[in-house]
Design a protein around this ligand. Structure first.
Ligand SMILES: Cc1cc2nc3c(=O)[nH]c(=O)nc-3n(C[C@H](O)[C@H](O)[C@H](O)COP(=O)(O)OP(=O)(O)OC[C@H]3O[C@@H](n4cnc5c(N)ncnc54)[C@H](O)[C@@H]3O)c2cc1C
Length: 355
């Protein structure tokens, strides 16, 4: 049988063959699947929908576990709170739509983020002022270090802005289920994000119905080129390629005065707009960075792979962009997507950092 390429498992459609692909569709099959992994080859790589990874052209010389388990169950916590457990492979967009239909508040702003529920805690997926850590109660996971199932409460997941214990300990954990505490409420959480308030035509702090918020988030994402359209010109992408860089309060005032948007994350950090720095460095929507790699038609911060693109070309484009920003503004950009077996070019050690 021909080997399965990582390109077929990732939204960038880049990456060479995997030695072995293990697709898990039924939670009951997990124990046997885990036993079948040959630990001598190292801990397996886990994929959901592959919407936040750059896989190497050489492929992966071991097992790739693809989580396709689906299902949502609920239990009552108290009069207003429902514990919602999703299987790791359940699509996040589906979970958010389900919660909105059930009038459950807490994840309405995550509408339109591609990928699986199980991957959301890995980079503490978030948008429009909400992140999965805000409602996550606990996860269950397979710990490849001890070969045992574990339950990790939210505080053990070490969440920060687009960061978690799972990202910091690559390969150690395969998340099996995610349990959120959502609030049964006619109204969404207060709107804290200006783009969303503008889309709704409401002031910050307003609390419209949950369904209105998910609809507004989807409309705003569509307008700003933040939805994944598998048939559109920017189909081959991983969303934002750089994290918004942290800045000190003194630098924040300086960059704000120069016109750079700066926002405070929920863990109190000041973060400046990575897109603004890229634009200062001369990049813009639809512009080619290198042959085969261009900024998306709508956003400078999203890179689109063209037919001739390779993973090496894609990471070289990231490196070129980060280098120009570093030389022009002194700002060190960190790559957001996870790089699987991709080497940072040796000529520029640490300049494009993995995170
Ligand atoms: C158009 C577009 C818009 C996006 N918008 C946003 C946004 O607004 N906010 C945001 O935060 N992200 C955004 N993203 C990035 C991405 O969709 C999210 O990070 C998403 O959570 C990734 O899910 P996935 O299933 O595709 O993960 P994958 O890409 O398959 O994996 C990502 C990482 O998680 C690990 N992983 C996956 N599943 C598991 C599991 N079950 N257990 C342990 N580790 C696992 C992988 O090993 C890898 O390290 C966007 C991407 C695109 C293409």
């Amino acid at each position: 049988m021909a080997p399965i390429s990582l390109a077929s498992l990732t939204t960038l459609r880049l990456g060479g063959p995997a030695e072995r692909v293990l697709t898990v569709s039924d939670p009951a099959d997990w124990a046997e699947a885990a036993r079948s992994v040959d630990q001598r080859e190292g801990m397996p790589v886990v994929l959901g929908h592959g919407s936040n990874v750059i896989a190497s052209d050489a492929g992966h010389p071991g097992t790739v576990v693809v989580m396709r388990t689906r299902g949502i169950t609920t239990t009552r916590v108290d009069e207003n709170t429902v514990a919602v457990t999703a299987q790791a492979g359940h699509p996040l967009t589906d979970l958010v739509a389900w919660a909105a239909a059930e009038h459950l508040a807490g994840i309405e702003c995550l509408a339109g983020i591609p990928g699986t529920a199980g991957a959301a805690p890995v980079q503490n997926a978030g948008a429009y002022g909400q992140q999965i850590a805000d409602t996550l109660d606990h996860i269950t996971a397979w710990d490849w270090q001890t070969n045992r199932p574990r339950t990790l409460p939210a505080q053990a997941c070490r969440f920060h802005y687009r960061q978690s214990r799972f990202k910091a300990e690559p390969g150690r954990w395969t998340i099996l289920t995610v349990t959120l505490h959502l609030t049964r409420c006619a109204q969404a959480e207060p709107v804290t994000y200006q783009h969303l308030a503008d889309e709704l035509g409401l002031p910050l702090g307003a609390r419209p119905p949950v369904r209105e918020v998910t609809a507004a988030v989807l409309a705003n994402r569509r307008r700003r080129g933040l939805l994944l359209d598998p048939l559109g010109p920017d189909a081959r992408q991983v969303g934002s390629v750089f994290l918004n860089p942290p800045v000190s309060s003194a630098d924040s005032a300086r960059w704000s005065a120069a016109g750079c948007p700066v926002h405070t994350t929920s863990d109190g950090q000041l973060r400046a707009s990575a897109a603004w720095f890229l634009e200062q460095a001369g990049y813009g929507p639809a512009q080619f960075v290198l042959a085969g790699v261009r900024c998306s038609a709508r956003r400078t911060l999203t890179l689109t792979a063209e037919a001739a693109c390779t993973a090496a070309g894609f990471t070289a484009a990231l490196d070129q962009m980060a280098t120009r920003v570093l030389l022009g503004s002194g700002i060190l950009l960190s790559v957001e997507p996870v790089q699987i077996d991709v080497q940072v070019p040796p000529t520029l050690p640490g300049r494009v950092r993995k995170c």
